[in-house]
Design a protein around this ligand. Structure first.
Ligand code: HEC
Ligand code: HEC
Length: 323
């Protein structure tokens, strides 16, 4: 095999094409050979130090003389994270959600852990980031990133909703109203949303429906202005936001069978009680309240208008009466 190259005199592997092109049989450089030897030694050291080969006749692996495990590494990482989080967690434990909101550093922290909590517990019904999720009957649960609130968008309203859950009730009207009346009032409700309340009120085409609205029980829950009452989570019927199917047929169905009314065809709207179910701790509920508030629809605290309080009174008893 080993022949010498005609021109250079260097040994070749025997593959010589011409004077300038041949497979030389030179030794690799010394640094390269040293590197090879070092890595061979490194393999042995690594192999002994870390868990490597399965041990025959047992289902364990050779554990390595270094005692390294992935669990230990994770614990070390976790205690590092806990040390950082612990500082914030201890602080927010004794704070009200409003106080957390007022502290921008804490709010930033809470928003980050709130995202995970929301994804795990709330997104299936409210959609990622509260954008809403739909099924054939409309939204599964209210959109949380707008400024339309059934139960109020102030931080304490949101906190109360999450810790206590909510379950609005609208009675069924299939026995108290005729099919004609339901048709009329549904047209009026649709007109309030499509044209605005003022125009609907003077629109002769829906005058019969307006009469039903004012004279049956609608105003006791939705208010004479049809804007809904926070105390009972009744919807604002004058905006373009529909929780359930907002087509004429959809509206008729809501009026006919109600919401959580016990009727088999009723629409269902249940916001679970996360505190009672023990699913979330107090701190987690506070974090979620701040997180939801920060979707952008949260409303600053305003003094409660006395008018609202008196109007809410008969409404609240109407709910109990229908249960
Ligand atoms: C099983 C579905 C479901 C899950 C899970 C759920 N919700 Fe709800 N949520 C609802 C429904 C339905 C309503 C409306 C209740 C009603 O109409 O009375 C609601 C209402 C709300 C409201 C009040 C909205 C308003 O307009 O006033 C807030 C805030 C809220 N949910 C936050 C959350 C948070 C935070 C979580 C996670 C911890 C969560 N929800 C998990 C179904 C759900
Ligand atoms: C006992 C109280 C109560 C009475 C009476 C009542 N409602 Fe409601 N209504 C509610 C509540 C509460 C909701 C909101 C349910 C939810 O979103 O979870 C609602 C929702 C609705 C919706 C659906 C809104 C949407 O966004 O999809 C329509 C439409 C409606 N009501 C119309 C009427 C009409 C018309 C009448 C009178 C014939 C009436 N309601 C009587 C409590 C009531």
């Amino acid at each position: 095999m080993s022949e010498k190259h005609d021109v250079t005199g260097v040994p070749t592997t025997g593959h010589v094409w011409d004077d300038s092109l041949a497979d030389f049989a030179n030794q690799p450089p010394k640094w390269w050979m040293l590197g090879l030897a070092a890595s061979a030694i490194w393999v042995v050291v690594y192999w002994l130090y870390y868990p490597s080969v399965p041990v025959p006749s047992s289902n364990t692996f050779f554990k390595g003389i270094g005692g390294w495990t992935a669990i230990k590494e994770m614990d070390a990482d976790k205690s590092e994270v806990d040390a950082v989080r612990g500082k914030y967690e201890a602080k927010l434990k004794n704070m009200t959600p409003a106080a957390i909101l007022a502290d921008s550093e804490l709010t930033e922290y809470v928003k980050r852990s709130g995202k995970v909590l929301f994804g795990d517990n709330c997104a299936p019904c409210h959609g990622t980031n509260g954008v809403g999720a739909k099924d054939k009957d409309g939204l599964v649960a209210p959109i949380l990133n707008d400024d339309d609130w059934l139960y109020g968008g102030q931080i304490d309203n949101i906190h109360t909703t999450i810790s206590g859950g909510r379950q609005a009730v609208m009675v069924a009207h299939k026995d108290s109203l005729s099919a004609q009346q339901i048709d009329d009032v549904a047209n009026y409700v649709k007109a309030m949303s499509d044209e605005g309340k003022d125009k609907a009120d003077t629109d002769s085409a829906v005058a019969a429906g307006k009469k039903v609205f004012m004279e049956s029980d609608c105003t006791s829950c939705h208010g004479a202005d049809a804007k809904g009452m926070q105390a009972m989570g009744s919807a604002n019927l004058t905006d373009k936001i529909w929780r359930f199917d907002g087509s004429l047929e959809g509206i008729k169905r809501t009026i006919t069978y109600g919401v959580n009314s016990g009727d088999p065809k009723a629409r269902i709207a249940i916001m679970p009680n996360f505190k009672e179910a023990g699913k979330l701790s107090d701190s987690e509920i506070k974090k979620l309240a701040v997180y939801v508030y920060k979707f952008g629809g949260g409303q600053p605290d305003l003094p409660v208008a006395p008018v609202q309080a008196t109007v809410a009174q008969p409404a609240a008893s109407a709910v109990t009466a229908t249960k």
